[in-house]
Design a protein around this ligand. Structure first.
Ligand code: GDP
Ligand code: MG
Length: 441
């Protein structure tokens, strides 16, 4: 799953201040594999990854989110946008009846969907009627009648015993009957074949011309994976459709078909079927499908855990350094930045008895000082940050000039840092924190 793949990438990303191009590329590679494993079509994967990379690289890394979270957030947002960008309700006719025609391969779930849709619409106060235009298979009409009975809606079908009727003629008469009996919605079930075939498409086109539907719903089995692309393209170029229904989502398909069909045909996914019973049906939820395709739920949990582990690790490492008097200015800066998001030092100080003595040092951590402190520390060499004792007068002048502050500001920062470090070390010694001993460093 993507969670597994992202684990190592996330570990590399966490704790970094900004998204580098290499980070984004590494994450993108894993997402690419995950999408392909979910059976998303290659051209769709390519376009998607390009979009995500573009956005990730242009994104300013926020203080609140770590880079890994940010990449995942972008992926999720883009996915939801593609899947649901144009989610819409059924287009109801101004002059009833609204005609909904179902199209798709044999076994896609059209007849079952006819019953589900009818039941759902009926529960909303509509008065749907079903029309049986699949005269190909011997039991198709009976199947629709059974489904109609379960849904509690009437079914219009050719009279038995007249030989094989003409589906186009039946569809036309079905609409007339619906008008006469004042049904406000008509659902036209059609025949499919096992594969895309000219005769089937011809018939679908003729039925469409005869009933002038307000909606043509392309019904597609989510389990067919990569084949969904060819099938959807053939139906788009053949009979044409205005919306998509995904079926058999109760299976273990990752749902990549949803993304492919949506991207390649430009038509919205409107409903989802997830079982054989009539109530196993819902309007399509882009966010749920996005989670399904990427295993995002897992990933989000993972990020949370990684963050918690990271915080704990960091707090422990900091406690060690504090106690042993080995805190560097780099740590100091890091901790100060962390304060903005209620980071470890605040918690740490809160837990240390006697932290009240640190008031002066804490005062430095207020927002308006923070930028200056950051500038000063950034103006130091790594060696200076690591061992502030080497910061002599000439270094102080250089740092002050480099970071646009006065030498007295640098002095103040360095002195406060030493005081803080000494105090922390003493407190740690007194209260038995890890590594608690005074140090002359
Ligand atoms: P049609 O040939 O397109 O009319 O497809 P059907 O409606 O006859 O469905 C074909 C088979 O798939 C039937 O056995 C249905 O019970 C089953 N089916 C349809 N939709 C779903 C679904 O969402 N989940 C599951 N598990 N089975 C479904
Ligand atoms: Mg059928």
């Amino acid at each position: 799953t993507l969670s597994d793949r992202l684990t190592s990438v996330l570990q590399n990303l966490r704790g970094k201040g900004r998204l580098s191009e290499a980070d984004v590329d590494a994450t993108a590679r894993e997402i690419r594999v995950a999408l392909l494993e979910a059976d998303v079509a290659l051209p769709v994967v390519r376009a998607f990854i390009a979009k995500v990379k573009d956005r990730a690289k242009g994104t300013e890394v926020s203080q609140a989110l770590n880079p890994a979270q940010q990449v995942v957030k972008i992926v999720n947002e883009e996915l939801v946008a593609i899947l649901g960008g144009e989610t819409r309700r059924l287009d109801l006719a101004k002059n009833p009846p609204t005609v909904i025609m179902l199209a798709g391969l044999q076994g896609a779930g059209k007849t079952t969907l006819a019953g589900k849709l009818a039941r759902w619409l009926k529960s909303q106060g509509h008065t749907p009627m079903l029309v049986a235009c699949d005269l190909q298979r011997p039991n198709a009409v009976t199947q629709l009648q059974v489904v109609g009975e379960r849904a509690g809606v009437p079914v219009f079908a050719p009279e038995p015993g007249n030989g094989v009727g003409d589906p186009v003629d039946v569809s036309r008469r079905g609409i007339d009957e619906a008008k006469r009996a004042q049904h406000d919605i008509v659902i036209v079930d059609t025949a499919g074949r096992l594969g895309v075939d000219e005769e089937m498409m011809r018939q679908a086109i003729d039925i469409r011309a005869a009933v002038q539907p307000d909606e043509v719903l392309f019904v597609v089995d989510a389990m067919i994976g990569q084949d969904a692309v060819n099938t959807a393209t053939a139906f788009r170029d053949g009979v044409g459709f205005t919306g998509v229904v995904l079926t058999k989502l109760d299976g273990d398909a990752r749902g990549g078909a949803a993304l492919s069909v949506r991207e390649l045909t430009g038509q919205p996914i409107m409903f989802a079927s997830n079982g054989e019973k009539l109530e196993d049906f819902d309007v399509f939820h882009p966010d749920r499908m996005a989670s399904r395709i990427l295993g995002m739920g897992d990933v989000l949990t993972l990020i949370e855990q990684a963050e918690q582990a990271f915080d704990a690790e960091q707090a422990e490492a900091t406690a060690q350094k504090l106690g042993s008097g080995q805190l560097t200015l780099e740590d100091f800066l890091e901790q100060m930045l962390a304060i903005r998001k209620m980071g470890p030092i605040a918690n740490l100080l809160g837990m240390l008895p006697g932290a009240g003595q640190m008031k002066d040092q804490l005062a430095m951590l207020d927002e308006k000082h923070l930028d200056r402190v950051q500038a000063i520390i950034r103006g130091m060499t790594p060696a200076e940050r690591d061992d502030p004792k080497i910061i002599n007068a000439s270094r102080r002048l250089r740092i002050a000039n480099g970071s646009g502050v006065k030498v007295s500001d640098v002095n103040e920062l360095v002195n406060r840092f030493f005081e803080a470090r000494k105090m922390m070390s003493q407190m740690a010694g007194r209260f038995g924190l890890p590594g608690g001993r005074s140090s002359n460093r």
